[in-house]
Ligand binder design. Structure first.
Ligand SMILES: Nc1nc2c(c(=O)[nH]1)N[C@H]1C(S)=C(S)[C@@H](COP(=O)(O)O)O[C@H]1N2
Ligand SMILES: [Mo]
Length: 412
């Protein structure tokens, strides 16, 4: 489930006014926040509910040429990905359940506790790591995507005529960055991980979500030990506030909610753990699924063009169509592109870096002759042979839209 939409959206008001008001309100709210010396206080600040303008949860600027904003979430416009393999921080999508907290790295501690650690420490006498402690441990750098489970959700409706609930993301609920940090495995072992540990439960320091407590989602120890990073750098810079400063999880190939931002504590248990984020949200529900729904872990493969919808192309000229494809299963083996709404297909050429946990860029020449609307499609096949389907299996929350997306353009 995604956060409910705000009463007013950015597009409903003059953007300049919006920015000014927002900046002023954020200055005062942040000041209050700091003085109030506690994250929980933000939820109770007077004036932050009931007024749409006070609800400006994301810290970084969200210029309309880069982002489409939906309340506490902002997706990257696909044309804004062009020109760089990594997604610059200024263009990276943001998905906040409530709002971005500002955390002081000097007083921040990561606390590990639970029955899956030697001596079963409780939260009150947890094993603690400071920011300096983490930075002093052996580091690792990975290039990986983080993508929201609901990315592409709006196409359930616009392409398949189905009603789903949640933020109507197009395909910009994804970004690829170079993350540097400490392997979660390293920290777990130093904290005294036992052979009996089953699940870990990282929890964020952002304000509580509705009445469900802080954002947290269990992760099996097997994945935690495999390739999960406690990241403190993004594209060579300290993590920015919106992306989890001082430290976030990066859980490659899994749905974005696994990558808990602003992590403050991690419970390690010798039995399965639960939170509303694995029992209530981020489950596949609807016809064909069990009544309690199906747990989601990995993403599905997708493709997108680095073009805005209805982009214009001059007839009779040669253009280069560019796009990207990605899969949770690793490398992309083949990308097929259609410029006639699926009647005929050609293979696109992979270009640029190859990173198993991120996307593959590709390009294809196109010389359109007839003017009018043309519908582009791109379809990826990954190393396991899995190909994007024409129709995504329906689920009520509109998760995992992996079908081929139709992208209309105009030839003039
Ligand atoms: N603490 C916390 N972690 C969180 C979230 C959140 O709201 N709070 N949102 C999750 C979701 S649903 C996604 S898709 C990713 C988004 O990461 P980003 O905002 O850095 O792009 O963070 C995840 N981690
Ligand atoms: Mo998400």
């Amino acid at each position: 489930m995604d956060a409910p939409r705000r009463v007013h959206t950015m597009s409903e008001m003059n953007e300049l006014t919006y920015d000014k008001v927002r900046a002023a309100q954020w200055f005062s709210r942040r000041t209050l926040f700091r003085l109030s010396a506690g994250v929980a206080a933000t939820a109770a600040l007077p004036g932050t509910t009931g007024s749409a303008l006070a609800e400006a949860p994301i810290v970084k600027p969200l210029p309309p040429e880069f982002f489409e904003v939906y309340g506490t979430n902002a997706e990257t416009r696909w044309e804004a990905f062009a020109g760089s393999y990594l997604t610059p921080i200024e263009r990276f999508f943001v998905r906040d359940h409530t709002s971005t907290p500002l955390i002081d790295a000097d007083t921040w501690r990561l606390k590990l506790f639970g029955t899956g650690l030697r001596g079963a420490p409780t939260l009150a006498n947890a094993i603690e790591f400071s920011y300096r402690d983490l930075r002093a441990l052996p580091s690792e750098t990975i290039t990986a995507a983080i993508e929201c489970a609901g990315n592409g959700r709006s196409f359930f409706t616009s392409q398949q005529g189905q009603t789903v609930s949640g933020t109507p993301w197009k395909l910009g609920g994804i970004g690829v960055a170079r993350w540097r940090g400490v392997r979660l495995a390293t920290v777990l072992k130093r904290a005294g991980l036992t052979r009996h540990a089953v699940d870990v439960l990282p929890q964020g320091l952002d304000p509580e979500y509705q009445n469900l407590g802080r954002v947290r989602r269990p992760l099996p120890v097997s994945k935690a030990l495999q390739d999960v990073l406690l990241a403190y750098e993004m594209n060579g810079e300290p993590l920015p506030p919106d992306h989890g400063f001082p430290v976030r999880l990066v859980v490659p190939s899994w749905i974005g909610i696994a990558s808990i931002k602003w992590v403050g504590q991690i419970e390690v248990a010798d039995e399965p753990l639960f939170s509303p984020w694995n029992t209530q949200f981020y489950r596949l529900t609807g016809p064909g699924y069990p009544a309690e729904g199906e747990l989601m872990t990995e993403q599905v493969a997708k493709s997108a063009f680095e073009l805005r919808r209805d982009a214009e192309f001059a007839a009779g000229r040669t253009h280069v169509l560019r796009g990207r494809s990605w899969s949770p299963h690793g490398r992309i083996k083949r990308i097929e592109v259609s410029t006639d709404d699926g009647a005929t297909w050609r293979c696109a050429n992979p270009v640029g870096p190859v990173h198993e946990r991120a996307w593959q860029c590709w390009e294809l020449r196109w010389r359109p002759s007839a003017t009018g609307t043309h519908v582009l499609r791109a379809r990826a096949t990954d190393i396991t042979g899995a190909t994007q389907p024409d129709v995504a299996p329906f689920n009520t929350q509109g998760y995992l839209f992996g079908a081929v997306v139709r992208h209309p353009v105009r030839v003039v």
